[in-house]
Write a new protein. Structure first.
Length: 234
């Protein structure tokens, strides 16, 4: 209703309150973003509910209470998608364009971005020589080899680590056969782009892509070399 002096105008049903909202409302195209759904009022969530982002259901849905639920987003294309909450009785509530997928990698500069950690770390691993993604690279958060936050990158070189403990200053290590190992130590950023440097000094034959020539012998041409011995200062 708008009132101006003695006159007023009313638009019936002119505003709709959403029955729930998401935190955060954006995440990586690779999926795996830890999302909290917060209900408005009692009985917003119940066992048997299904939450979909676009046309894909989120995973690890946990009904924490009648007013709160958490889940991990599915992969998606860049852009916004509707989020639908469907109850066991078949009724559904859809929030239009409620979640935005974005490209979390920085293929030009690498490094850190995306703001502070709030439950999800998006790791993208790229080949430092070609700029292409590095699939099946192993990444692990922290030093605990038993942590659940470890795994292999997908075909796009991406992996997401999510959970309430992905907060504050953390360390991530990335490694793959035929590449130098790389670590980012004690950082607080959601998006991590890692450039892995291929072995170039006399690499094993398994590390040479099909169709490419063998590199020159160590210490010749433009390739580096590993040497050992004693350094003497004169």
């Amino acid at each position: 209703t708008v009132e101006v002096g003695d006159q007023s105008a009313t638009l019936p049903d002119g505003y709709t309150y959403d029955s729930f909202y998401l935190e955060p409302n954006r995440g990586s195209t690779g999926g795996g973003t830890f999302v909290t759904l917060i209900g408005q009022g009692e009985g917003a969530f119940a066992d048997g509910d299904v939450v979909t982002f676009g046309d894909q259901a989120c995973t690890d849905l946990d009904i924490v209470s009648e007013g709160r639920a958490t889940c991990l987003t599915p992969p998606g294309a860049i852009g916004s998608v509707d989020v639908t909450l469907e109850h066991a009785d078949g009724t559904a509530i859809t929030l239009d364009d409620a979640f935005e997928y974005y490209n979390s990698s920085d293929p030009f500069n690498g490094g850190l971005g995306g703001g502070p950690l709030t439950g999800t770390m998006n790791v993208t691993v790229l080949n430092a020589m070609t700029g292409g993604p590095v699939p099946e690279a192993f990444a692990i958060v922290g030093e605990d080899l038993e942590t659940e936050h470890q795994g292999l990158t997908n075909l796009m070189g991406q992996i997401a680590f999510s959970g309430p403990d992905i907060m504050g200053d953390l360390t991530v290590h990335v490694a793959k056969d035929c590449f130098e190992k790389t670590s980012f130590v004690s950082f607080d950023a959601q998006d991590v782009t890692v450039f892995l440097v291929p072995w170039t000094a006399n690499p094993p034959e398994r590390c040479i892509p099909p169709g490419e020539p063998m590199p020159p012998p160590p210490g010749r041409g433009v390739q580096g070399a590993f040497i050992d011995g004693e350094l003497v200062w004169l």
